[in-house]
Design a protein around this ligand. Structure first.
Ligand code: NOJ
Ligand code: CA
Length: 703
């Protein structure tokens, strides 16, 4: 990755012991931060945007096992200021270049009772704040165990919040939009995976947490660069409007095992006076380290189809036979077993997907259920499950890959780990070698079920380390990773850009498991997507799932036009066209949009957005002149209105608009769409009606 440093100005000023507050202003003075010690020697920070208070005095601290906590009894040793300004080039993403401009204040604290030192490092941007705890190398602190982190965000009132519960098992929740005061009551009425309740019962929320104040400020709290640490959730004190961090525990109920020198991830808060600026913020990426790889030429965006939705809806199966239960893989000779006839990943069927991909400008085909073990994996907390190498008898891996190559199509590997982590790590190198042998560029991995080793959690430090290890090991094989059920991303794709996707939220599949409210895709950009792209798997054209499986009466809560919009509103270098081939063949003119939509962007402009209502964005493709506009709206519908002033002046463009028909409705008439063309310029005022649960997608190209 290229890193252009425009200007790195290190103006370090060291101040000695002071009792008064230490102040930091953002580069343009938009935000101001004050840090001081209270009477107990606890570090406290406050944040202002102009005259408006963003955070009231909020205390900082870390509790440790068997020692004095890093929560009080501190003195300020030194305060160091510096400034940083650079422009860097992501390997892929929403923009070709990103400016990273902040003022920094490092507050070195000393705890006389323990003779220990802790540094609080604050980076203040015009659009937000990042800070972390650092533990320098020192004689009185080496190994320590964090029992919890007590970082406060003391809010100014009963803000509106877009949230999911702070669980340690799953993130795949409907996103709530309520007042802070309603969160605890709502969580109390929900049920959670009982396996974890002995250690943990959610009382708070996950990040990224989107907040909206009654005064019209948009605050987004998250963490950046979650490495070798446990995932942070936020406990909600709904009387005083204070959010306090709590970390995901390990099997013993501890949070993080540390060895100085070390530091926590960044805790971050984006502050804006409109919702578009939250979505446009690069704070999370900027707080991450630069790219760790010298050569990134092998990392490429991918558009794919796959043998997947048909299993999700229950039309076909991952498994091969009904004859097995309680398998020990070593003893099974699948060729002697009777197939049940519903196996999806057969050579012949996969070839149909390859043919479709080749005919429609789709880069790759994902195949799930290709490898033995699917008869007995779910819900048993088994240690030995998949080997990630042995294909089912009716999936000829040599032939499939030969055929794909002959058609210029790539294959995407699938590794369902069933959350048996040692089993995956035991096989991972052989599995990656197999991918290299056949030329698979990417793997979709998954972590369904309770984590084995028993007692570990999906978002604990041990699992956080596992997910990243898989990504960095994959890089050695030039393999890209898309991990489902892994901890929600925190901008690590800047440092490790072969992490091309995560699920880590409620994806399209839930439409087949019971449904998802129509506003979901207007909330995801403000929550899950703040940390990185999502393998949401859009592009479902047949909303009535019973057409594929009469026993599945669920339906997709969207119009068809909105399904197209999602390729633009939910930016990702990895995009699936998730529906069955037969449904795309019914709507070839609409599928043209999916064929054409870009995956990597020169520039992105958020045109209008309101969490839970609508999101409209224009993006210019990288390496080309086309613009794509997408708009996704909630169940009430919306009329989008914006000028096309981002187009080149004095140039005529053709806009092809894929929109909801006037009588479209996500429940009653979802497949009613229109495709129209018109000439537009930078002076055009664009206006488009969106149906309830609808949206639109536009391709704008020079005439
Ligand atoms: C859950 C994933 O989200 C889904 O995409 C996958 O098909 C199943 N696990 C099976 O691995
Ligand atoms: Ca999932």
């Amino acid at each position: 990755m290229k890193l252009h440093k425009l200007l790195v100005l290190m103006a370090a000023t060291v101040m000695s012991l002071s009792l008064s507050a230490h102040t930091l202003r953002s580069p343009q003075g938009v935000l101001q931060l004050n840090v001081e010690l209270n009477q107990k020697g606890t570090p406290v920070y406050e944040l202002y945007r102009g005259e408006q208070t963003v955070l009231r005095p909020s205390s900082l601290g870390i509790e440790i096992k068997g020692g004095k906590h890093f929560t009080e009894g501190f003195e300020i040793d030194t305060v160091t200021y510096s400034t940083f300004d650079e422009e860097w080039t992501p390997v892929w993403g929403e923009q070709a270049t990103i400016r990273n401009h902040y003022n920094e204040m490092a507050v070195q604290l000393f705890q006389p009772a323990t003779k220990r030192t802790m540094v609080l490092r604050f980076r203040l941007y015009d659009d937000g704040l990042g800070f972390r705890y650092e533990f320098p190398y020192q004689s009185k602190l080496s190994y320590f165990i964090i029992t919890d982190e007590k970082t406060q965000f003391a809010l100014t009132g009963d803000h509106t919040a877009c949230w999911v519960p702070g669980d340690s098992y799953t993130q795949e929740y409907v996103i709530n939009k309520t007042r802070l005061s309603e969160i605890r009551g709502k969580i109390a009425s929900m049920s959670f995976n009982p396996t974890y309740n002995y250690l943990f019962s959610p009382t708070g929320v996950m990040t990224a947490l989107q907040l909206i104040t009654d005064e019209g400020l948009y605050l987004n709290i998250h963490e950046a660069a979650l490495v070798d640490y446990a995932c942070m959730h936020l406990d909600v004190d709904d009387k005083n409007w204070v959010l306090t961090s709590y970390l995901t525990s390990n099997a013993r109920g501890e949070k993080c095992h540390m060895q100085a020198p070390c530091h926590t991830p960044w805790r971050s808060i984006i502050v804006a006076d409109n919702a578009c600026d939250v979505l446009a913020s690069n704070l999370t990426l900027n707080l991450n380290e630069p790219c760790a790889y010298d050569d990134t030429s092998w990392i490429r965006p991918i558009k794919y189809v796959g043998v997947w939705w048909e299993m999700i809806v229950g039309k076909s199966a991952w498994s091969y036979t009904r004859e097995l239960n309680n398998i020990h893989l070593d003893n099974v000779d699948y060729t002697k077993l009777k197939p049940h006839g519903r196996h999806g990943a057969t050579t012949a069927h996969v070839k149909e997907y390859i043919d479709f991909a080749a005919a429609h400008n789709i880069d790759a085909v994902l195949v799930e259920g290709w490898n033995v073990g699917w008869e007995d994996w779910f819900g048993k907390e088994k240690e030995y499950v998949f080997d990630f190498q042995t294909p089912y008898p009716d999936f000829d891996i040599d032939e499939v890959n030969r055929y794909a190559k002959s058609k210029g199509v790539q294959m995407i590997m699938h590794h369902e780990t069933s959350a048996s982590i040692r089993n995956y790590e035991r096989h991972i190198h052989k599995a990656y070698e197999l991918m290299n042998r056949y030329g698979y560029p990417a793997v979709k991995s998954g972590y369904v079920g309770n984590i084995r080793p028993v007692g570990e959690h999906h978002y604990g430090q041990w699992m956080v380390n596992h997910y990243l290890w898989c990504v960095t090991e994959a890089a050695k094989y030039k393999i890209m990773v898309n991990a489902h059920e892994a901890v929600r991303p925190t901008g690590l794709c800047r440092t490790y850009p072969n992490l091309i996707g995560n699920e880590s939220a409620r994806g399209m599949e839930y439409e087949a498991f019971g449904g998802t409210p129509a506003d979901h895709t207007t909330l995801l950009p403000f929550t899950r997507l703040m940390g990185g792209p999502m393998d949401f798997t859009p592009g479902i054209f047949e909303m009535d799932i019973s057409k594929a499986n009469p026993n599945n009466k669920n339906r997709v809560h969207s119009t068809l036009a909105r399904q197209l919009a999602l390729y633009v509103t939910m930016s990702s270098p990895l995009q699936m066209a998730a529906d069955l081939i037969e449904n795309y063949e019914r709507f070839p003119d609409a599928f043209r949009f999916i064929e054409q939509v870009a995956l990597d962007w020169q520039q992105s402009i958020y045109l209008e957005a309101e969490p839970g209502d609508y999101v409209t964005v224009a993006r210019k493709e990288k390496g080309g002149e086309r613009w794509f506009v997408g708009c996704s709206v909630d169940e009430r519908g919306h009329t989008a209105e914006f000028p096309l002033s981002f187009l080149d002046k004095g140039v005529k463009y053709k806009a092809t608009i894929y929109a909801d028909a006037p009588d479209a409705h996500f429940l009653e008439n979802p497949q009613a769409y229109t495709i129209t063309s018109r000439t537009v310029t930078s002076r055009t005022k664009f206006s488009q009606l969106c149906a309830p649960g609808g949206g639109f997608a536009v391709i704008i190209e020079k005439l």
